[in-house]
Write a protein of this length. Sequence first.
Length: 689
Amino acid sequence: MQRILRVFLVLFPCVLTGLLAQNDAVELDVYSPELASQLQAVPYQQELMVHGLTLGASFAAESLSLRRFDVFEDGARVFVHGDQGTEIVAPPRHHYFRGEIQGLTGSRAFLSVREDGRVSGLVGHEGRYYRLEPPATRQPGEPVLAEIDLSAAPLPEEHGGFSCAADQLPDPADLDPEPAKQFQHPPARFSGIRGGNATYYASVGLATDYELFQKFDDVNHMMTYISDLFAYISAIYEAEVDTHLVIADTDVWTTANDPWQSTSTGCQLSEFGRYWSRNRADRPRTIAHFLSGKNSGGGVAWVGVLCRGPWMSNPNSSCPELGTERDLFGGPYGVSAGISDRFNVDNPVIVWDITVVAHEIGHNFNSGHTHCYGGIGGSEEPVDKCAGAGDCHDGPNELPCGTAGGGCGTIMSYCHIRGGGIRNIAPTFGMNHGFGVLPDRVPERMNAHVINRAANNPDCLPQACFSPSIDQSPVSTSACVGDTVELSVSQSFGSRYQWRRNGQTLAGQTNANLVLNVSGSETAGSYTCVVTNDCASVESDAAVVTLDPAFAAEIRQGTHIVQGLRPVRLDGAISCNREVSWTWQDVATGNVLGRDTLAFTMPFRYEETTSVQLRVQDVQTNAVVRAFIEVLVPSDTAFEDLNGDGCNTVADLRFLSQWWRTQRADANGDNFIDVRDFLYLNLDESTCE
């Protein structure tokens, strides 16, 4: 059986400490008691995996692959119009994530965490929906999702029945005397889609009426509902239409004295269009949408009007409240009515709200109803025959599958009016859908409209600009005069580089790699790279370049080493050299102990403390540098293994402690046991291996 899952999750709060590693996915468990605060700490563009999501007895445990994103356009405002005037407030800033069920092609995943940590969720599968049980109440292995009974509450019927009047609207091209005229989009406030993955982004201006506000009686609660609704819908548009929907400015009316008098969706569309064309021309937007709490019976929207300018038309004769004069009734507008009072997974009407708003905006994106797709996109057949018999197709109205409530219809269909109701609608426009005739035609047509409008008006439908991120910062290093040092940075979404030293711009250093020819102290310093694109910039972590001292030699064991049971091993190091030769020598006798090897093991045992040197000579300049070490040899050979167990261990120290401050077992020969004698104890656990 084909499995097409759509996931909506709104999950409840938790601390993300030590979980974020650059380029690595954050791994979280849905049963974690700190899940919400962990999610709230995830940055934009960070890959996130949420494990342990059990869909029910018929499903194995699933994982969500997610990324964080924004619902509101940068700078979006909420204009609250009340009896005392207008107040401008900021929209809610909850944490949103979307993605897919890991490994499941065509799935959708959406997750939201409130600022107060509340959690809820919804999973859609072939017209069936499951709510997220609070993970804190479940034991690992118990399903965290329970099916919602969509038959338990009426859906479209409680709003007076569903109807979409888009088929009754004339073609905008027939009404607009200038078919090529575009909406003159004001300069966008947009500075980057944080977390989005679509090529284009479309900003949606919104308005609400007093009837919708009454259902919430709180502006923040209503805006939270709206942001959840559009976040879920945007996940579908991004995946199938390659367009990320973001909310621009919103008009909220908290007074009965709002400008909305119409009570049918067709009249509401004209009234809304006229008002926004006259009063909101300065609002940056791709389209505008009216969310009404009135039970007007569905919705309506102009077809194929992204970025279109308003046009003059006669008012509908059934709308006396609009008068009789021609006016700017048409434009890139849509209406969704009968909106619910809460975006709550326990409320089955959530499915209706998602479907109607996504459906009406789909008309703006140039899609008609699927039963009228005959002759569009390579087939004379419609996508389905759920409605439209005699007008758009021959034959009876029927589902494209034999199972009522099986989710074989799509968002732009009328399949909900057949037996099975809203469960007939899968939350997809048709991409990779397994039912109907070429259902992919729908999202393909919508995407083609986006591409066409974006080419003609790029300010209205700009291509998405992702804020750059640093994947790998340059690494600190040390160098010698004459060396060549290369620093590099790797990044995502950036297009330009600028290197800095100690905070100062390095002229001409505008590549991903910075090559330094070390000439002296002026090369040393702290280096960073600033990566930018058209919407943002980010600076890498600093790499510190230090200058090694001049030509020098070093013995890594330090200034002293003790001769114990094992042969003495010495390790040399040379800094800032070219071609050199080196020897190990007994300082007192000048005898050469070893040559041209930096890792040197004494070929014999000394009978007394002896000084050894590492002598290094530059073959080009004949410059010589030296390093010295004392090989400590105890005057009492018993110190090589005090307790006689064949090992140099801490046990030898304990054995020596019985003679502390006596003249017995005197290592350095000063006739007194004190702390200096401990220097002659060679403790090396490895000798016993």
